[in-house]
Each structure stands twice: as C-alpha cells, then as structure tokens.
Design a protein around this ligand. Structure first.
Ligand code: MG
Length: 125
C-alpha cells in the first residue's frame, strides 16, 4: 500500500508520514507540486494526499496532471481555508475526495484504506 503525501508544510508531511508508516503503509512525501509529479512517476503510489494551496505548481494543477496521465490513481485533496469553489473545481477535475484541515486522522485513514482497497480489487479482478 503506497501512499504519497504532498504538502508544502514539512511538518504536516512528517506528521502524516509517521502516522501512516506506523500503520504499515509505504509512504513518500513531497513538499512541492514539481516534486510531487516526479514522485508519482517514480514511486507509483496507490493514493495521493494532495494539499491544494502550495506556492509554484499548486494542488489543482498537480491534480490535473495526475489525472491526465494516470486517470485511475486515487487523489484525496487536503485543504485548509479554501473556498467551496476550489473544492468543487477539484472534484470536477477528478479528485476522489477531499478532507479539510485540521485533519481528522481517523477519517483520513479510513478513506485512504477504502481507496486502496478499491484500486487493489479492481486490478486483481
Ligand atoms: Mg499548503
């Protein structure tokens, strides 16, 4: 179960990385959109947790690139004070879900597990 965490705040990446590693996920993190796109190609995650608001290439742009190249890759948007419009734009662009900060880890873990199960089942069927 491979998870890619993308957030420009290093503390959030580190925190989520240890949380999911303790639960036996293989985790990589990226602190920019550019880094995230490279990691998607190289690490080939099952699920991406993607912060919307980042300097440079933002989460919406990363989402668009991911969905263009890997339409089946599950992407969960992570957002702080975004407007409803931003979330709806991401869902329209193919995001599989979203979660708002402050993060509910229990909710997040359930959602990640659900997305990974969906991918795993469809590829083994
Ligand atoms: Mg951010």
């Amino acid at each position: 179960m491979k998870l890619l965490i993308v957030d420009d705040e290093v503390e959030i990446c580190d925190f989520l990385k240890s949380f999911f590693e303790e639960r036996n996920y293989e985790v990589r993190s990226a602190t920019s959109g550019e880094e995230a796109l490279k990691a998607v190609e190289q690490f080939k995650p099952h699920v991406v947790l993607l912060d919307i608001k980042m300097p440079g290439v933002n989460g919406v742009q990363v989402l668009q690139e991911i969905k263009a190249k890997f339409p089946k890759l599950k992407v969960i948007m992570v957002t702080a004070l975004e407007t409803r419009d931003k979330i709806e734009e991401c869902l329209r662009l193919g995001a599989d879900n979203y979660i708002t900060k402050p993060l509910s880890l229990e909710y997040l873990e359930n959602d990640v597990r659900e997305k990974i199960e969906a991918v795993t089942n469809s590829s083994s069927a």
